[in-house]
Design a protein around this ligand. Sequence first.
Ligand code: ADP
Length: 269
Amino acid sequence: MSECNHDCSNCKEKCDNSSLLAPANSCSKVGKVIAVVSGKGGVGKSSITSLLATKVNAMGFKTAILDADITGPSIPTAFGIKEQAYGMDGNIIPLESSKGIKIMSLNCLLDDPTQPVVWRGAMISNTVKQFWTDVAWGDVDYMFVDMPPGTGDVPLTVFQSLPIDGIVIATTPQELVGIIVAKAVKMAHLMNVPILALVENMSYYECPKCGEKLYVFGKSDLDKACKEYDIPLHGSVPIDTMLAKAMDAGTIEDYLNNYLDDIVKEIVK
Ligand code: ADP
């Protein structure tokens, strides 16, 4: 066997990928790990992660979010977290949202969260690994991982390091008709991780006066896409300024919606 460079995308060796998994922290007992991915940035991956985690938490499950989007961390802001994380006995203690979701993000460790993170891929991947190995997550039923965007080296390494049970793909109508979603699907297949659901964000705009749905970016066929990619569940989130405001104001846990209820019910079955 040639020397392993931890890049499975071009390797023909039949090895056990689990050897690349980072060991969990001795104070963590995490049930299911669900990664939220997108083919590119800015499609609403962090918003979908926040909505899913909020719903699962509201159902009474112990919930956590590992923010692996190191260069664009928006989870602490969405949940109104301004404090910095602290260490104890060599472990990092995750912060908690007002409703009890455990959160770890690079922004919880930086003195100045406006500081751009100009890091090479290996450093980003190692930081995510440390969020798994060095953070004392405690008892968690469902952990959502807000993955680095795209299908390149960094998300691939994160996939290999964390014990991911399933993925949710966040997309937009424009992406769905192109090749970007196909790439995310292929990455999941490459990593042998089941795709749980496809969520189309900014799917439509609902007129506040008459309730008519306007398909601003064109109407896509989610059903057809899910059949083509063999994805069991799908959901849609409309364009809603209240959602964007809640993400910015740190009040995403108070944003009332039922967009992803069907998906969540299946995920926690
Ligand atoms: P990503 O994690 O893919 O980079 P974000 O979830 O951070 O995307 O969303 C990017 C921006 O778009 C944020 O300002 C967010 O509030 C906004 N946004 C996301 N989804 C919606 C939506 N459905 N309606 C309105 N604004 C949205």
